[in-house]
Design a binder for this molecule. Structure first.
Ligand code: FES
Length: 275
């Protein structure tokens, strides 16, 4: 059950091009499962709300369970959020959305994360490890500064592949470019992905061809996060192939990749989903 709280910023640190905010948000961590997110009120009201992936949930001696969120200081809202300091308060609702489904058996899993969206996969890796699932991670970004927590990925996964578009670290190129090879070497039976629509579509297609299970974290703009504004519509098909639209913030963000009508979804990273 989501709760609405005035979260307190209890730590803040730079992580490459991002800012990581640790938030004391009483009650929010209680119902959290990997893949869920929080909706944050940005600014003094004129900037609206932002949906943020929950990167980590951890115990803080003084404040109980706290959340880490990764903020990209881009645009008015992102810049405002990244500028929060110790003791600042941020109105926040969460946890929101549907989480990733976890495998019942301890099967090998590949987690593919691109840019800031990769933040959503780290608590998932922890839960999979607790279930004895061997975890491989593929983390990609434009450059080294936009990779999320590769050190943490190496702690959580038995193997990590890094790809950057500019070649500043890891393999030069995109996650799509190395996806096939990593899928094969990982022996994964289940794949989870978070990133641009183009990457999610590539993961969905690779899983379909190999007859693997795949889940994707959908991230169209989600200004309200609670199903009210209708800004986050995603084209899907049901079990008999009938096409319709769902709200990513309510029926997602985590969803089976084969439910999405990728031919009706955007191709380019970062583009808004059509509706
Ligand atoms: S973000 Fe408003 S309905 Fe989904």
């Amino acid at each position: 059950m989501p709760v609405h709280v005035d979260a307190e910023v209890i730590a803040t640190r730079r992580a490459g091009a991002y800012r990581v905010l640790s938030l004391a948000a009483p009650g929010v961590a209680d119902g959290f499962r990997p893949g869920m997110f929080v909706a944050v009120t940005v600014g003094t009201g004129s900037l609206g709300r932002r949906s943020l992936w929950i990167h980590r949930v951890r115990e803080s001696g003084t404040h109980g369970a706290c959340l880490d969120v990764v903020v990209e200081p881009r645009g008015q809202g992102g810049t405002w959020l990244a500028g929060r300091r110790l003791g600042d308060r941020v109105p926040l609702t969460g946890p929101l959305g549907r989480p990733f489904a976890l495998p019942r058996e301890p099967v090998a899993c590949l987690l593919v994360g691109e840019g800031v969206a990769a933040a959503s996969l780290f608590t998932l890796a922890e839960r999979l490890r607790e279930r004895a699932c061997p975890v491989t991670m593929l983390v990609a970004a434009d450059d080294e500064a936009h990779l999320v927590s590769t050190l943490e990925a190496r702690r959580l996964a038995r193997a990590v592949t890094v790809a950057t578009a500019d070649g500043s670290v890891g393999t030069r190129g995109s996650a799509e470019g190395v996806l096939g090879a990593v899928l094969t070497s990982s022996g994964a039976q289940v794949t989870y992905a978070a990133g641009s629509p183009a990457l999610l579509r590539a993961v969905a297609e690779a899983a379909r061809v190999r007859e693997l299970s795949a889940q994707v974290a959908l991230a169209p703009p989600m200004p309200c996060g609670t199903g009210l504004c209708g800004a986050c519509l995603v084209p899907v098909q049901d079990s008999v192939g009938a096409a319709h639209w769902v709200r990513a913030c309510v029926e997602g963000p985590a969803m089976r990749a084969d439910r999405v009508r990728w031919d009706a979804a955007p191709q380019a990273g970062g583009a808004p989903w059509p509706h």
